[in-house]
Design a protein around this ligand. Structure first.
Ligand SMILES: Nc1nc2c(ncn2[C@@H]2O[C@H](COP(=O)(O)OP(=O)(O)OP(=O)(O)O)[C@@H](O)[C@H]2O)c(=O)[nH]1
Length: 317
């Protein structure tokens, strides 16, 4: 019995020693001033690629002077680019791979040559970065897939919801102007019925491409529903929105999809609504949808602008 008690007491003491060692290690780790421990610790706190690269550039700057860091990686259909600082004539480049998978290219520039030991330091810190970088790239890909329509490879309805919420709050806080266009292909059911779903799919893909080419940098397109697309224009009021909607409809009308002896063509109707301060995403979307509905009722292949309710009167804005 006494022997058993001793064993128990000994094992408790051993456990406590381990806990103490762990606590000391944790305190040392948290306090650690060296860039390696700090990079390990900070890199494990984020899955954001941008934040991770920001942390890496800060920690690298503690270790050695450099002018500019540039990271590039093709994430799905989008190229992710991170740049900070100013360049110089001396550069070192690294292709980042882990277990045979490419996770992008990173380069460092500065005015002075990099010394051999500095290159070794960069490579060592990159070897710490690579696992968190892989995780962040994979997270970005999953996030992109969740927000992308697989047929047209443009942002989907969920992405539109996020965009509208952001735009409403930016308008409400800073008075930024945003205009929403809803654009719906006309009689698309008949296209599917007459030419088949494969041709229907080609038209949807060609429409996404035509929209992409018809908009400016900064505008965003979304596949909102089956044959319905949404376009968000920052810094634009109703007249500009109407002009873009008409340009988009023309671009869609110019699409030709060969099918046997036929060239399949479609038209589109559009509804335009500029965001009104204080309006929720649902209200904004509803006004654009109402304008689209009126465009369909007006015979299709045309654009209508949204109503704004002012007191007892309705105005078109
Ligand atoms: N090929 C194809 N068709 C789709 C897809 N998503 C939705 N559709 C079709 O789009 C058609 C939409 O039909 P409706 O809602 O009746 O609208 P519409 O025929 O365009 O008529 P209006 O909008 O009133 O001009 C349906 O036949 C859907 O099956 C898709 O991903 N691929």
């Amino acid at each position: 019995m006494a022997g058993n008690n001793r064993t128990f007491a000994q094992s408790r003491a051993a456990d406590q020693e381990k806990l103490l060692a762990l606590r000391e290690a944790r305190q040392a780790w948290t306090r650690a001033g060296d860039p390696v421990a700090r990079l390990y610790r900070r890199a494990s706190t984020t899955l954001s690629l941008e934040r991770l690269l920001g942390i890496f550039s800060e920690e690298l700057a503690h270790a050695l002077p450099y002018g500019q860091m540039v990271y590039r990686h093709q994430l799905g259909y989008q190229e992710f680019v991170y740049t900070n600082g100013l360049g110089g004539s001396h550069r070192c480049d690294y292709q980042l791979t882990l277990e045979g998978v490419n996770y992008g290219a990173i380069s460092f520039n500065r005015r002075l040559r990099f010394a051999e030991e500095e290159l070794e330091a960069i490579e060592f810190l990159l070897s710490i970065l690579i696992c968190p970088l892989r995780n962040a790239c994979q997270y970005a890909m999953v996030e992109q897939a969740a927000l992308t329509d697989s047929l047209t490879e443009i942002p989907n309805k969920r992405a539109l919801d996020l965009e509208l919420a952001r735009d409403c709050s930016l308008d409400d806080r800073h008075g930024d102007a945003y205009t929403l266009i809803l654009c719906d292909l006309d009689h698309f059911k008949a296209v599917n019925d007459n030419f088949g779903h494969v041709i229907g799919d080609h038209i949807l893909q060609a429409t996404a491409k035509a929209l992409r080419e018809a908009i400016r940098d900064g505008d965003t397109i979304f596949r909102f529903g089956g044959e319905e697309f949404a376009i968000v224009l920052p810094h634009a009021e109703t007249p500009a929105g109407k002009e873009v909607a008409d340009r988009i409809r023309k671009a869609i009308h110019d699409i030709r999809i060969p099918c046997g002896e036929h060239q399949v063509r479609v038209t589109a109707s559009a509804g335009v609504a500029a965001h009104r301060t204080g309006e929720s995403p649902t209200q904004w979307l509803a006004r654009a949808d109402d304008a689209l509905y009126r465009a369909k009722n007006a015979g299709r292949n045309c654009t209508q602008v949204a109503h704004v309710v002012t007191g007892n009167r309705q105005a078109h804005m």
